[in-house]
Design a protein around this ligand. Structure first.
Ligand SMILES: [Ca+2]
Length: 594
């Protein structure tokens, strides 16, 4: 019992791979903004420019008619209406911008098109855009997110949306919010920061969501498994009272035992059974330290919980466009140790993301190179990607609050947009899951589901096009999910499957029938999905040779000599899985400990 307790209190690995200090820049001091105007427009107004600009003006929810009247009265040309975001694009002389901004129903004025180029060059401001989301909405209104992390530093980015702060490094005491490390505040900012300190440039994914924060990591980003479990249990027990729909876990530790006995996994599974969507980081250990090559089996606990939504990190290169995205090398790949389950479930933007800074935190104080505009930090990692998915889940639930965690996960996988490598080939499913999160597509599906339809019947209320247009580029959805070890192709989210109506453990029921579900995720040992550079079973080339992650001693003692899994490969679909090689029969794969 004593040794068990000690092992549970294993140290966490903190996932935000820090951005290295950039070369010194000769940045100009930030210019104070004129209220409601973006930086360039503020500068132009101050300089007394006399030209006319093309600007995007956002209004309060009912402000568009009054704004249109005001513009027409001054004979200004309204170019385009953006009704879903309560905005329009118009041509307005610089000299009139400040006066226009004072109208009570005007929320902000931004330069059109040119602002986007500014955002690209400065980076980090394309998060909502690349998710297919307008700047202003949706915001996850009415949805509650529990963030189990290093805490949170209060500020205008979160205003009055913090429902409670519980310090589980002190046994779960209800206390005043704080964040000694700064990681939790950044995660919270990505999920729900309102961008008020950047004129919405660094607005989070669900800026109307409510937050409950449970501190489990210290000022160095470390904590104990037991504290995390306590926090998850607390949230699960008080789900209704606290109004929590989602748990964000941007943390984890090496997988030390099968999921069936892993206590952290069990806590996660219990939370999901209680109806909470749990989003977990895959880990940042995708690269073998000995070879510098991406490798497999680096997913950490609790990312090995089948019902969790396990998230890897994609690089967006600060463009909305999806075709230039790549999976980050450091993003942990599947399969999971012991169980050999397919993970991650999907990837999400996680690299170079800018979000709220905790100004008293270790990260902010000791790492000035991470700061952006004083009020923000730029961080990388699957922690950040996890937060992006948690925010997306809040938007999905806002669109349809009746969806179960399994249904939410299926929708996320089904609508994900597959990412391709430099050669144009799809990353395999153990690297990216089904693809990179597609908030716009996922919301569209969720909004068209009638959850009152009988189990096993069609529940979509209209026909949907299985693609999403982002930055003018139409990209097809993955249109598949991974259930157990099989890739299921077909209209799996169009029907109210038993697995969507009940909170059974994801992948546990072999009797579910849908589409063609025989496509095993990984191939035979001769046709390994992970490419020629990685030789499975050789401790020089794989992630688990790393002392940081596993440690030879630990592996030897926990593991014994080997584990084995074998999967028959039955007609895998090249079109779905890209790099997966076919071929019937399999000798199975044998993992040997280093
Ligand atoms: Ca991009």
């Amino acid at each position: 019992m004593i040794s068990k307790t000690l092992r549970l209190r294993s140290t966490f690995i903190f996932f935000a791979a820090l951005v290295l200090p950039a070369t010194a820049t000769n940045a100009q001091p930030p210019q104070r903004l004129i209220s409601k105007l973006d930086a360039r427009l503020s500068s132009s107004v101050r300089a007394g420019h006399t030209d006319t600009r093309r600007v995007i003006i956002r209004t309060t929810s009912n402000g568009i008619p009054r704004l249109t009247d005001a513009l027409k009265a001054n004979r200004h040309f309204v170019r385009r209406l953006h009704s879903t975001i309560n905005a329009l694009t118009a041509h307005v002389p610089v000299a009139e911008l400040e006066g226009l901004s004072r109208l009570p129903f005007v929320e902000s004025i931004s330069e059109d098109a040119i602002v986007r180029a500014e955002q690209t060059s400065s980076g980090g401001s394309t998060l909502r855009g690349t998710l297919g989301l307008p700047v202003q909405s949706p915001g996850g209104y009415g949805v509650g997110v529990a963030i189990i992390d290093s805490g949170l530093e209060e500020g205008p980015e979160f205003a009055d949306r913090i429902d409670g702060f519980y310090d589980f490094t002190l046994g779960g005491k209800l206390t005043v919010p704080s964040d000694g490390y700064g990681h939790g505040t950044h995660v919270a900012g990505l999920i729900a920061g309102n961008g008020v300190l950047s004129d919405q440039r660094y607005r989070g994914v669900a800026p109307k969501a409510r937050l409950t924060v449970l501190k489990v990591l210290d000022e160095n980003g470390q904590g104990y498994t037991s504290d995390v479990i306590n926090a998850i249990e607390f949230v699960t027990k008080h789900k209704s009272r606290l109004g929590i729909d989602i748990i964000n876990l941007s943390l984890g530790h090496p997988i030390l035992e099968p999921a069936a006995t892993d206590p952290l996994v069990q806590a996660v599974e219990a939370a999901v059974r209680a109806g909470i969507v749990v989003v977990a980081a895959a880990g940042n250990v995708g690269v073998s330290p000995s070879t510098g090559q991406p490798g497999y089996a680096g997913v950490l606990s609790p990312g090995n919980a089948r019902s969790a939504i396990t998230v890897g990190s994609a690089r967006t290169f600060d463009t909305n466009l999806r075709s230039d995205d790549r999976v980050a090398d450091y993003s942990s790949r599947g399969p999971t140790w012991y169980d050999a389950w397919a993970k991650p479930d999907l990837v999400a933007p996680g690299h170079g993301l800018v979000a709220a800074a905790a100004k008293s935190s270790t990260l902010y104080v000791n790492q000035p190179a991470l700061r952006v505009d004083d009020a923000y930090l730029r961080l990388n990692g699957t922690s950040m990607a996890t937060a992006v998915v948690s925010g997306t889940v809040a938007l999905i639930l806002q669109a349809n609050h009746a969806l179960t965690p399994n249904a939410v996960k299926a929708i996320l996988q089904f609508t994900a947009l597959p990412v391709r490598d430099d050669q144009g080939a799809r990353y395999d499913v153990l690297t990216q899951g089904t693809g990179s999160v597609n908030a716009a597509g996922a919301i569209e599906v969720a909004a068209h589901i009638d959850s009152s339809k009988a189990v096993s019947s069609w529940w979509l209320t209209s026909t949907l096009d299985p693609w999403t247009v982002i930055d003018g580029q139409a990209t097809s959805w993955a249109e598949s999910i991974v259930w157990h070890d099989a890739a299921s192709v077909g209209p799996v989210v169009a029907v109210n499957e038993p697995a969507w109506s009940e909170n059974i453990v994801w992948g546990s029921d072999d009797n579910i029938v849908w589409g063609s579900s025989d496509n095993i995720v990984w191939g035979s040992s001769d046709n390994i999905v992970w490419g020629s550079n990685i030789v499975w079973g050789s401790d020089d080339n794989i992630v688990w040779g790393s002392n940081i992650v596993w440690g030879n001693t630990l592996l030897g003692s926990v593991y014994g000599s080997s584990i084995t899994w074998g999967m028959a490969v039955d007609d895998p679909s090249q079109t779905v899985w890209g790099t997966l090689n076919g071929g019937a029969g399999s000798t199975g794969l044998v993992l040997t400990s280093p």
